[in-house]
Design a protein around this ligand. Sequence first.
Ligand code: AMP
Length: 502
Amino acid sequence: MPTDKPVILTCSCKTGGAESVHTFEEPTSAPPTEYEKKEKCGVFGVWGAPDAAQLIYTAMYAQQHRGQESAGIAVTDGQTLQNYVGMGLVPEVFDEHTLKNLQGSAGIGHNRYSTTGSSHAGNAQPLLKQYIGGQVAVAHNGNLINAELLRDTYERRGHIFTTTTDTEVIIHILACHHLTKHDPLVECLEHLQGAYSLLFLFKDRIEAVRDPWGWRPLVIGRTQDGHACVASETVAFDAIGATFVEEVQPGEIVTLSDAGITKRRYAEAQKAAHCIFEHIYFANPSSMVFGDRVQLVRERLGERLAQESPVDADCVIPMPDSGRSAALGFARRSGIAFREGIVPNRYVGRTFIQPSQSQRDNAVQLKLNVIREVVEDKRIVVVDDSIVRGTTTRGKMNQLRRAGAKEIHLRISCPPIRHACYFGIDFPDPSKLIASNRTVEQIREFLGVDSLHFLSHDGMLGCVNRPREHYCTACFSGEYRLNAEKPVNKLGLERYQLKMFS
Ligand code: AMP
């Protein structure tokens, strides 16, 4: 039976010594039965730092917003890899003792954010495995659209999997290519389709990989002591006093080792498909993502929204915390006073990240409290970043009404989300998306507000610095760069054909 108790898995493997030692505490929760489709996470790695585990812990804490379900760290002392993973937030998983036991001058860390039904300790990363090439630990942010197909192929060949993550499939492919005359990692990556920012930890190096479309961010930095590091977001560098050096380019492998930082290309970069939702909601506002400061993008989105859908009102109220930056921009452009009217409870996590619907519903009740004097008898503009299922927003609008708001004008700083994401953001199947089969007017009615406007697709793309065709906006437009329904398998069971849309 599944259990609510946090479960810690440890795995310690020695290679190069006289004997192999594996210790593995079985999870007390039941293994998942359903293949998992999505991984939305944060990764961090550092090479050559005496206090690697401590640095990784701090950096992962800074990237906590990218995943709250589980956390893990794998380190190497040059000979042996060791990892420690568990369910929960970074400070819940690690303490002084566990960090001290993670001896080594290099390592990688992972924050995991999973979908409904797949909350499972056995899937926590980094995933550490022993294979013919030695030990490897892998941390993954993204989603492989052909993972199921690859896994099926390997299972038919007799491979046994112990988790339901995409990441384990990658390790099996790597192992199968170990004896190649070429570069095993490059050969492994050639099989992957979809979004992946990956860190591989070997005993003598970290390999940082970004998919050829650059769906998810991945950046290289340097600590004050000159050690190379790699992160999902620059906020991790700020937290450890490191500086940003450059992005890992789409289709590139960056190696961090005693030889410093070296790069090699494994695939031609495709026309970029940076996830626009990193800017709208997912990334930390203080991070540089895809060459833009996230906070400034969000303020511009709010300004643009004010231009596109002006309204006569007494004050602009941000939906904390996700709508705050856009609300600032809206207030600035419209000249309407900015007021905090909704107070968040900082100790309740992001509602979507609670794995089940009932947990999410309870969290919404706890999460926000309205300040009656700010909204009573007022015409208010409420600004939020997005609407997904609509359930949270409806609850919030009810609270505002009960507190006496005279008029509620809801403004959303992105277009209606009508399509599922197959590339790493947890948007459910389209039937659960409020905008998938409703008009804006029907959504307005459902939410019970006086007016509702979403930012236009064009307006949104006018707020980022890179060319507009370099962003993936498929959740709004339905125009996918890769066809997730027809993933490719280069391993023999060629049942499907890759279809490029661009
Ligand atoms: P709902 O009304 O239930 O669709 O919830 C809307 C709220 O969910 C907004 O305040 C968003 O900031 C937030 N949100 C949007 N996308 C996500 C996501 N992928 N994970 C968690 N929260 C999200």
